[in-house]
Design a protein around this ligand. Structure first.
Ligand SMILES: *Cc1c(COP(=O)(O)O)cnc(C)c1O
Length: 477
């Protein structure tokens, strides 16, 4: 497919600009362009066809099943986009005076209050732009808490090996040392190892729950007790809240701070690299350290406040405001019962698919899973020479997005499957049948699987080269 620059022909464009309705200002010469920008020039039908062709080459939730584990690629109701597109939300400037954006402040306050209720927290910020950014912010709160007490000895944060990879990365980014704690044979945190690791140098714990094996840690209350007894604080990676919202609350489990991925659970798709929101909630003991500014109720209206010992800004202005607006719409439209039903159906759908595939594939941890499950294709690779990569690529020819591959790292030849609550039983059956069919083919014709995909615009890519030497700019020659 040609790029728009290659389709461009000089003079073939239709500028349609709104009429000037403000006084004209001359751009100072030192700021004016010396040469016109190099933009493609195309006729309206050619532009329209160009984008339709691009759209046909992508795979989104609107095109088919997208079971990308740990990403919650569910269908997001279109009304949420419509609300986020309201001019009162989009045609504003972050430097506008507070009294002209009271509705926007109210939206932030109300979304924060609802998410506090859902998580069992006391304060919420929308500044972080992604999950990992939320982790960074949350651990800064823990750091500020210990510093405010003059406790400089707490330099370590405990991270179980079933945590998301961003958790240990966050620990180093915030200047702490990560202490790894292994999982036991059931896939949960090894309690003896946790007790041995916790002590006067423990600043806190970062726990991903459900963990990256798709399991809810049954010892969660004991885990937070061990950390609190040692004087540490507990961080809950709630990026996968889709499994528990409306059913269990991190605040009730003993956690002091949590981040949510609004761009997974709350109606903005994850995985496209688009704008995100890693909202961070905390208990009142950490609220005074929250990033500034924080929208709050004041008098009969709303205002921005700066928490007294704030860690400062973690991004310009207020975060990705429209992602918050979609989350607010989602929560209001489906309500508390709807959130709980969504979580229950997400768990039901994952267990249904896992059971349907259980004779043909090995689950890394058989038993009941939460919103996702992890397969290990290690046996299949040794028997038939077919890898997790081969199976994932074969799914592309069956009009499915592959699951998350080779993650979590503690499972060999891992495929991590998250169907989500928005898929029908027919779609789950279609997907399970595709997996079963691939399993049969692995015995009859493994070569065909190793050659997949055959129906996509490009076949197997040189992934190492693409990562090491990415071409990020068009060469105009
Ligand atoms: C997705 C995810 C993250 C990171 O979120 P980003 O928005 O991609 O930075 C962190 N933890 C868990 C458990 C996740 O699933």
């Amino acid at each position: 497919m040609k790029l728009s620059f290659e389709k461009s022909r000089p003079g073939r464009f239709f500028p349609v600009m709104p009429e000037l309705d403000v006084p004209e200002e001359k751009v100072p010469p030192e700021l004016a362009r010396a040469a016109l920008p190099r933009l493609p020039e195309m006729s309206p039908p050619d532009i329209s066809r160009h984008y339709s062709e691009l759209a046909r080459r992508t795979h989104g939730v609107n095109d088919g099943f997208y079971p990308l584990g740990s990403c919650t690629m569910k269908y997001n109701p279109k009304i949420n986009d419509e609300m986020a597109n309201l001019p009162g939300f989009t045609r504003i400037h972050p430097l506008q005076p507070e009294h002209t954006v009271q509705g926007c402040l109210e939206a932030m306050v109300r979304a924060g209050e609802m998410l506090c209720e859902i998580t069992g927290m006391d304060a919420m910020t929308f500044q972080p732009a992604a999950g990992a950014h939320g982790e960074f912010t949350g651990v800064l709160l823990i750091k500020a808490y210990h510093a405010s007490r003059g406790d400089g000895a707490r330099t370590k944060i405990i991270v179980p090996d079933s945590a998301h990879g961003t958790n240990p990365a966050t620990v180093s980014m915030t200047g702490f040392q990560a202490v790894n704690v292994p999982s036991d044979s059931s896939g949960c945190v090894d309690l003896d190892a946790l007790r041995a690791a916790a002590g006067p140098d423990t600043a806190g714990l970062m726990l991903t729950n459900p963990n990256t094996l798709g399991l809810f840690d049954r010892n969660i209350l004991e885990i937070t007790r061990v950390i609190h007894d040692a004087g540490g604080l507990c961080y809950y990676d709630g990026a996968n809240l889709n499994a528990i919202m409306g059913i269990a609350r991190p605040g009730d489990m003993g956690f002091d701070v949590v981040h949510l991925n609004l761009h997974k659970t709350f109606s903005t798709p994850h995985g496209g690299g688009g704008p995100g929101s890693g909202a961070v909630g905390c208990k009142s003991l950490l609220a005074e350290f929250m990033p500034a500014p924080l929208a709050a109720r004041r008098g009969g209206g709303y205002a921005f406040e700066s928490p007294p010992q704030s860690v400062g800004r973690v991004s310009a202005f207020y975060g990705n405001f429209l992602v918050m607006a979609r989350a607010l719409t989602y929560i209001i439209t489906i309500g508390g019962d709807g959130l709980r039903d969504a979580a229950r159906n997400a768990v039901l759908n994952a267990n249904y698919m896992m059971r349907r595939m259980s004779g043909a594939y090995d689950a890394a941890y058989p038993g009941t899973c939460m919103h996702e499950f992890v397969l290990s294709l290690d046996g299949l690779k040794r028997e038939a020479g077919v890898s997790a990569m081969d199976v994932a690529k074969s799914l592309l020819d069956r009009r499915m997005h592959p699951p998350t591959m080779y993650f979590p790292m503690i499972v060999k030849e891992a495929l991590m499957i998250e169907p989500t609550e928005t898929e029908s039983r027919e779609t789950l059956d279609y997907a399970a049948d595709a997996f079963l069919d691939i399993r049969l083919q692995a015995e009859r014709d493994p070569e065909a699987l190793r050659a997949a995909p055959v129906s996509t615009p490009v076949r197997r890519l040189d992934e190492v080269n693409a990562a090491r030497h990415p071409k990020l700019r068009y060469n105009f020659g």
